[in-house]
Design a protein. Structure first.
Length: 378
């Protein structure tokens, strides 16, 4: 397959390009001297942007199902099909705070599913239960607990299926954090009520932070930077952010993007109605009933509980609030891929990389290409 008349998200690579795809890989990228007429089998990008598929490292549910409700291969299959249709070609099914048996079942189900040919699952994201009660948000606090060596041993035994673990530093020992890092698991700082002075001593153990500004101690005045201040002041840590324009003010998203160039990325924190045409007004999550009003998901007490956006929505929202289009693209594929050490997902596709590609058209529509086939147009 060839994609012709493509533009790329790069200031250096102007003009039109042809991308050649074979066996799920990009085998060629050539600059065109003129606008080409499509031959049989060619896909005409029509001078629109071609980039890699979206990478979402925080997906609680999608396509009408919730991973916590049924952490099974069947659920993963439904989530995967809906995610791919919406342009997310790699994702981390996210298990929020729950009991030990469900945690283990979810890890083993993910491990089995990842052996399937062409699986879009990049590994499970354990968002808890090793978090602060004070900043647990919508999570069920009955299941919050420190990481035990027994649970750690189980996670390490199945480390290839575990992409990310969100934790508050006081819920793990230094040795446990070091072992998770050595296993190649991305340790993410989140749901933490620690003061700046406490968290900054542990920051080097964390590769990234979970949903910046939400579920963490904020800046509480001129002399109390909190967890948020520690993250923004650091020069290495990455961070996810939910750009549904409900979780975080556009001004703070822009500020974080300026302070963390190349390190801030989008997540959806998606719930089951995302990617599903028939969005219910009310549904269950974390043993609580949530409602949707104008895209805002919360329980009856007003506690936020994820979103119903897709990564396409996230990218479009970032551009809408003033983030450069090329940077918004990176924040939805290249940077989150780097966060979980997933190669082959550059914002500017190049030879040798994965062939999961999107054509982002000027009218807001999108073509999803995977395994040299057009999977969806929406």
């Amino acid at each position: 397959m060839k994609i012709i008349n493509a533009t790329l998200a790069s200031d250096e690579l102007s003009g039109l390009y042809t991308l050649t795809l074979e066996n799920g890989k990009i085998t060629g990228r050539e600059r065109q001297d003129f606008y080409k007429k499509a031959a049989d089998g060619d896909v005409n990008a029509g001078e629109c942007l071609v980039t890699h598929g979206f990478v979402d490292v925080q997906v609680n549910g999608f396509g009408g199902v919730t991973f916590n409700d049924d952490p099974s291969e069947r659920t993963l299959s439904v989530m995967e099909q809906a995610a791919i249709r919406n342009g997310t070609t790699r994702f981390c099914p996210t298990l929020v705070t729950c009991d030990e048996q469900k945690l283990r079942n979810a890890i083993t189900a993910t491990e089995r599913y990842m052996t399937r040919s062409g699986s879009a699952v990049a590994g499970i994201h354990l968002e808890g239960p090793f978090i602060s009660r004070e900043k647990c948000g919508i999570h069920n606090s009955d299941y919050i607990r420190p990481l035990t060596d027994d649970t750690l041993e189980f996670i390490l035994r199945h480390h290839s299926a575990v992409a990310m673990v969100t934790a508050s530093p006081e819920m793990m020992t230094d040795r446990q954090m070091a072992e998770l890092n050595r296993a190649g698991i991305t340790l993410s700082l989140g749901h933490s009520a620690l003061a700046y002075e406490q968290v900054v001593r542990k920051l080097d153990a964390f590769r990234t932070a979970t949903h910046l500004f939400n579920g963490m101690r904020g800046i509480e005045g001129a002399r109390s930077p909190g967890v948020v201040g520690a993250i923004l002041d650091d020069h290495a840590i990455m961070a996810g952010i939910i750009p549904d324009l409900h979780h975080v003010s556009p001004a703070l998203i822009r500020t974080a993007a300026r302070l963390m160039p190349g390190r801030l990325y989008a997540v959806t924190d998606a719930l089951c109605p995302a990617g599903n045409c028939g969005k219910p007004e009310r549904f269950m999550f974390c043993d609580k009933e949530l409602h949707i009003a104008d895209g805002f998901c919360a329980d009856d007490a007003g506690t936020l509980g994820g979103s119903v956006i897709t990564m396409k929505d996230a990218m479009q929202n970032l551009v809408k609030i003033g983030i450069r289009a090329a940077d918004a693209v990176k924040m939805t594929n290249e940077i989150p891929a780097r966060c979980i050490r997933l190669g082959g997902y550059s914002a500017v596709p190049k030879e040798g990389e994965c062939g999961d590609l999107l054509i982002l058209r000027r009218d807001g529509s999108m073509t999803v290409i995977r395994n040299e086939k057009i999977i969806a147009e929406n």
